[in-house]
Design a protein around this ligand. Structure first.
Ligand code: ADP
Ligand code: ASP
Ligand code: MG
Length: 434
């Protein structure tokens, strides 16, 4: 069986946890092991970039000291002979200092952010070798390359990874998250992108399974960061998992599911801290509960367009959508009446320009700081009382928009972010009886 196993930040966050990872890849017979940076690293590296951008380079040294302590501690506890890895860490920190001095916006940020995954994978590979395992460290930017449109070049990945992983009885260790962009620069797939790296590598090596190992026993019915009583879902469909990941279930990067679904590769979510827990299996089939899970996504901006020109007119929505297409901004929710349209976006980078263009079509209102609540389950439109039951569970919270009927698996609502935690808790109580 060919398996790609990905381990997140907590899973590689200490020497003790790296030992657990080694035990897991042996027990599972991993072909490719994809690693994140140790937890907290990427945040720290992003902070370094921000300090430089804000003209406060003096803030960099304490962050580097913290990272040095963290990685040194891990190496000395894990490795019999940490000297090679220590040397590599020294070179990494020199490179970061160099980027801070010769700062080129964008390019330097990406080089700095890539260093965490490079360090963890080198340490872990060294550990496997010391343990007497046949282990090969692969440099992900050599096979993970993005095109000018930001998409990963799958032909290149398929060819390169297949060529580099042909030996049997070998553990291939590599980095998640990082890649080379079309200019040949070090880049990344976005925050939390290691899950996506693993999915694409799974496709490239024709994996029988992609496993995402993290700090919780699978996809829960609700967000465990905000709600106390939640439970893992044992089996769910690709579509449900993709919807929940897109609408805020942090356990999975939103792009992870699509490539696996397309190639029929099961995805299993597992807990590094409790490897015997069954976790969640994601395939074309899933459990048939009335309500499967709920997730929430923050930083949603509503754009309300009011125009009497919409009355009895056709082609109006096309003009609205073209504005968003032009600014490469995707729309999450949409509701319409005869003379108005409300839309939500989660990326407001081009909001000012979008508003300027939309003003030619009508009066525009903007509302920020909203959250989308997405409930996934059996939303059979023929069933009476379903919408009443769901909205009833939020009867003390103002609901600003509802999207229902686009598919038979989800209902999406928009509320103010300040009400999010209460909404998730009320839904847990009312719909999941917890
Ligand atoms: P990793 O560093 O391993 O990639 P993440 O922090 O990205 O881990 O994802 C795991 C975390 O996702 C969990 O610790 C949990 O707090 C959070 N999470 C949010 N929603 C869910 C959910 N529905 N089910 C499980 N975990 C969730
Ligand atoms: N280390 C990266 C991040 O923290 C990628 C990942 O962990 O998936 O975003
Ligand atoms: Mg993650």
């Amino acid at each position: 069986m060919i398996k790609v196993l990905k381990f997140g930040g907590t899973s590689v966050g200490s020497a003790a946890n790296m030992r657990k990872v080694a035990d897991i890849i042996r027990a599972e017979g991993a072909t490719v092991t994809v690693l994140s940076a140790m937890s907290g690293t990427t945040d720290a590296l992003v902070k370094i970039s921000c300090s430089v951008k804000n003209g406060k380079p003096e803030e960099v040294t304490p962050v580097l000291d913290m990272l040095e302590k963290k990685y040194t501690d891990c190496m000395t506890k894990l490795l019999t002979d940490p000297s090679d890895c220590m040397e590599q860490m020294g070179a990494v920190f020199d490179l970061i200092r160099y980027q801070v001095h010769q700062y080129v916006p964008g390019v330097s940020d990406r080089v700095i952010q890539a260093q965490g995954e490079l360090l963890t994978s080198a340490i872990f590979n060294r550990y496997l070798t010391e343990q007497g395992e046949r282990s090969v460290l692969l440099h992900a930017p050599g096979f993970m390359r993005t095109q000018p449109d930001g998409k990963v070049d799958m032909d290149h990945l398929n060819r390169e990874l297949a060529a580099q992983t042909h030996a049997s009885n070998t553990y291939y260790v590599t980095q998640g998250f990082i890649c080379t962009n079309h200019k040949g620069e070090l880049d990344n797939l976005g925050r939390g992108g290691s899950d996506y790296s693993a999915a694409l590598m799974g496709v490239a090596v024709l994996a029988d399974e992609v496993q995402i190992w993290t700090d919780i026993d699978g996809m829960h019915n609700n967000d465990p960061r905000y709600v106390e009583k939640t439970y893992p879902i044992r089996h769910m469909t690709f579509d449900d998992a993709a919807e929940l990941a897109y609408f805020g279930a942090k356990i999975l990067h939103p792009s992870t599911i699509q490539p696996c679904k397309e190639h029929g590769i099961p995805v299993r979510l597992k807990n590094t801290m409790d490897p015997t827990a069954p976790g969640t299996l994601i395939t074309n089939e899933g459990e048939q509960a009335q309500f499967c899970a709920v997730a929430a996504k923050d930083n949603i901006t509503v754009i309300r367009i009011h125009s009497l020109r919409m009355l009895m007119a056709y082609g109006f929505l096309r003009k609205v959508f073209e504005v968003f297409e032009h600014h490469k901004t995707s729309i999450d929710m949409i509701t319409t009446s005869e003379v108005s349209v409300s839309l939500t976006i989660d990326n407001d980078e081009h909001l000012d320009a979008i508003v300027r263009e939309l003003q030619a079509l009508g009066t525009i209102e903007i509302e920020r700081n909203n959250s989308i609540i997405c409930i996934v389950g059996d939303m059979d439109h023929h069933k009476a009382g379903l919408v009443w039951r769901i909205t009833g569970s939020l009867n003390t919270i103002p609901v600003k928009m509802i999207s229902y009927g686009a598919n038979d698996r989800s209902l999406v609502m928009l509320i103010e972010t300040g009400n999010k935690i209460k909404a998730l808790q009320d839904i847990n109580h009312e719909l999941f009886n917890l």
